[in-house]
Design a protein around this ligand. Sequence first.
Ligand SMILES: [Zn+2]
Length: 384
Amino acid sequence: MPKQNSLLLNILNRDNPARKVLAARSVDRGLADRPHFPLLAMVGQTEMKTALILTLINPHVGGVLLIGPRGTGKTTAVRGLIDLLPSVQRSTCPNGCEPEAAYAQGFDAICADCAQKLGRGEPITAPDRMRLVELPLNARLEDVIGGLNERVALEQNRVHLERGILAQADQNVLYIDEVNLLDDQVANSILDAAAQDQYSVRRGPLAATYRSRLILIGSMNPEEGRLRPQIHDRFGLRVVVRGLPNEGQRLEIYRRVQTYRTNPYALVDAWSEETSAAANEIVEARGRLPRVALTREVERLGLGWIKRLGIDSHRTEITLFEAARAHAAADGRTKVNLRDLRAVAPLALRQRRSQFMNDYFTAQSGEDKQISRVVRGTPKAGRV
Ligand SMILES: [Zn+2]
């Protein structure tokens, strides 16, 4: 008998039934605090919900790419994460000092104020809710990595480096809609920063290094342009989002969207129990994650699949195993099993193969054989 799923996996996997929300009283609380469509009130799309939650549990999954046509709920799902975001420890210092820097590099790595506080045993970080930072569609490189503050330069006749979107997205979720339409330079700077957890900006004599521990979520409509393969590979998980074929489900989507339009609070209230349960479980799973280990058997199987599928990128096994660890943590376990690996395999393995690299390696191996024949040929006497 299969083991009972944890609360979190149960919430994600069951198709939440229709609720009697239409009867609820409409409350006009103004547009300013219009709530988000709850992720868990989305009909179907279990794979998308699972991928998004796994990356919250384990940022080392390497982000999520949602691929699908318009109107399939990609942006709605990402914004729905807002109510599920956990807290992180964030620096309370305007310079962004963190205790880890002091432990690793000594008190010189932090400001004098923070050094004094740490010396007195006072904290220099405080818990703060993760945020969803959306990259504006036409963001320039300056906006993303930061740069000179032109206003300060003009008014006060001094140069001042300003933090960009990447620095603001530190320990937050960075969402890039239409990632395939992003300028190459901007895309590269974001992916590099996300991979290295930090980035540096240099403007004339000024230089600064910022932390950028991001959870990256991208979405794209393949009808509007392909994503370059090298960018594709840098997202850990990929979800192909399609419209639901079932008429009953489609009707249910229509009803929920109508309810959300006319009375968003009623819809949010109807799902508030699942939302808060899932948010608590995510915190638990994040706490459990450091103790979650792979077994030798799971490692061997995962690597075997990757080899059989002919996937080259080493990011594949990192994503596959980290996603499997997150899945086990979500299920309340500290040992990864085959079920975890199977559950995350399509997310981690799809669209990793490159026809270009396949052709390239085939041609290369032909050339290598030719070289080997030539160099192993018996040299004729007297000619060496
Ligand atoms: Zn400080």
